[in-house]
Design a protein around this ligand. Structure first.
Ligand SMILES: [Zn+2]
Length: 116
């Protein structure tokens, strides 16, 4: 089992901080979160941290559903628009330039909730 990191834990607290006011005392069943590839989130670690945070925040039924968004860049070197497969580096897969503009991949959003 991967150790939970401060990074994932703080993200889970951020999720709970968004969810709680919306739920307003209702039972939360599902929390859907969009995570960009560049957020460097380890899914297993995030899921584990969520189980800690949701209990602490008094919404033990809330399941976390993660939707990962691939990173995309526009390269200033060669002008290509590309999807990045590596999670850890940002450079153009066509010409390997690091002079790129990140178009997608930094998302971290609660996209929807199911409450009862
Ligand atoms: Zn390029």
């Amino acid at each position: 089992m991967e150790r939970p990191t401060v990074h994932e834990l703080s993200l889970c607290h951020a999720i709970a901080g968004v969810v709680k006011p919306y739920a307003a005392g209702r039972r939360v069943d599902v929390v859907r979160v969009q995570v960009g590839a560049l957020r460097q989130v380890v899914p297993e670690s995030l899921s584990f941290c969520w189980t800690l945070v949701r209990d602490h925040e008094d919404m033990p039924e809330a399941e976390l559903e993660l939707e990962f968004v691939a990173a995309e860049v526009d390269c200033r070197g060669c002008g290509q628009h590309s999807e990045i497969t590596s999670r850890w580096t940002v450079c153009c897969p066509q010409c390997e330039s690091s002079d790129v503009e990140v178009v997608r991949g930094n998302e971290f959003l609660v996209t929807s909730l199911e409450v009862t």
